[in-house]
Design a protein around this ligand. Sequence first.
Ligand code: 5GP
Ligand code: MG
Length: 187
Amino acid sequence: MPSPKGPPELKHLDHVLVTPAAIKRRIAALGAQLNRDYAHKDLMVVAIVNGALIFTADLLRQMRSPLRLDCLRASSYHTGTRAVGEPRIVDQMKLDVKGQHVLLVDDILDTGKTLAAVAGLIKAKGAASVRTCVLLDKKARRAVPFEADYVGFEIPNEFVVGYGLDFNERYRNLPCIGVLRPKYYGG
Ligand code: 5GP
Ligand code: MG
């Protein structure tokens, strides 16, 4: 059993932006909305991993249709907390999206480049429809015009970790979304 106080890395956080209870409530509401919107459609969920792994796992368990799931990997080259250049998409999908109603799930919408590129790729493969669902939205950072159809939380322009989001591949296992203390960003 995890400690009731949570993992020890919680001490690395400067502040918490979204608590586990708030995440749980919001995911229940998003799940209910998706159940309504896709009630009469055969749904294929495509999760952008690794970031969307934990969000997708919790969201899917709120959904009521016999949906299908596939994953693709997207990564940006980072200098510290800033993505530089264009996202790299590694498409190793097993399922054919042609003619499918696809819901793309990602952890965070930041510059918008990743979701814009992945949505373009899925449309080009002939999906019947493509919608996007993100846990977090940092509107202030948008570099390309892109909005998600479903958003968990709008957050301020801070680099966040936890609940799937990493810094140098760590902290994905935190149960909340928070901002690291400056010394842990290597500063
Ligand atoms: P975008 O292409 O919209 O700029 O961002 C896509 C990816 O950048 C996200 O899927 C995520 O992996 C990463 N990213 C953007 N902002 C943050 C953040 O605040 N924290 C973390 N850990 N990753 C971020
Ligand atoms: Mg990501």
